[in-house]
Design a protein around this ligand. Sequence first.
Ligand code: AMP
Ligand code: GLY
Length: 431
Amino acid sequence: MKVLILGSGGREHAMAWKLAQSSMLHELYVAPGNAGTASLGKNVALDPLDFDGIADFVKAQNINILVVGPEAPLVEGIQDYFTEREELSFCTVIGPNKKAAQLEGSKDFSKQFMQRHNIPTAKYGSFTKSSLSQGKTFLKNMKAPYVLKADGLAAGKGVLIIDNLAEAEKALEEMLVNSKFGDAGKKVVIEEFLKGIEVSMFVLTDGTSFKILPEAKDYKRIGEGDTGLNTGGMGAVSPVSFVNQEFMEKVKNQIIIPTVKGLKKDGIHYQGFIFFGLIKVGGDPYVIEYNCRMGDPETEVVLPRLKSDLLHYFEGIATGTLSECDLEIDPRTASTVIAASGGYPENYEKGKTIEGLNQPIKGSIVFHAGTALNEKGIVTNGGRVLAVTGLGADVESATNKSYGTLSEISFDGMYYRKDIGKDLLKEKVKS
Ligand code: AMP
Ligand code: GLY
């Protein structure tokens, strides 16, 4: 099969790495890719939002499978673009259509969906400029802290958690009246605050059957001990110690099955990954958010634990035979640690030469995120630069491998958190 992956991060490198192991793969392309994907397939200088350009490439190369890494092309309707054109029907898009991608693209849509299908989630109300005063009344009737979410995509920055009522009211006004988050904040969802521990679950579905992939915990803040600004994710671990069989059963029966069935019932065809951002409150799972794609850096721990052939799954989606595919998971623990550019998630410089990439220690994999190849060699080209994954018998041995390999790597301004997985070690001691 011929595959084109859209995207350029660690997630896309991990997907390329996994697909490159498949005996079913004939050719692999990544658009635009990074220095890591260039060693596994051919990078193509195409923007994932340039649907015409992608379609021309797909036709010219006879691409069978188009894997969409990031959410933006899905929310913009790349799946619909392909299914509406007869001449592209030979290519299966792995990723949902525009309507289904609203699960991520609109918080209001996803809350209504969950309410309609009795999927556990925080209580909420949603408001626009014309219902600002009702929004303020709603806030007054909630308890602190107050959770305010811009309805649309806001590059991971659209969620505010505020302790004080007056400040929450002010923030609501800024979003609705002063367009604090632009169009994304024209509608605001106000939610009940849920206190618990977060975990991410991933499912690959053809719209009817599904495979539950390994769960992961993401470390979102820039600083150690989960302090400082939010980032795209500074590390991840899989499996997650508090996800036991009883909890998994609840997730499957109360969340995953109702989601897949609910989509079908609503007449929304969904093919691709569903990312469930969950929170465990007193033993029960609640949905914090849906994403219509895989997570980054979660993919860098999920796929190394998947023993089954990912391309076989994609073929299963193309032919409606996903239910016949086996699911085999590596019982080992995977951890990934992000090496970021100094200054990230605020301003940072690019173009720093990366040294020491060639000697990963056994049991570790260096996934590239923001890297590029130029006359100086491999250089930094983004905020999150590398995701170094380790596999081991437990969290300690997996993270030791990530950190061992990272200790050989350097670039000007390189920063990484030294505490990825440490909270899970403490939990193991407690239990
Ligand atoms: P979201 O973009 O919806 O995933 O929200 C970003 C982050 O805000 C989540 O990962 C949580 O840490 C936090 N968060 C969102 N909604 C809630 C909620 N209802 N209660 C507590 N924390 C929340
Ligand atoms: N790491 C969180 C995300 O991919 O949304």
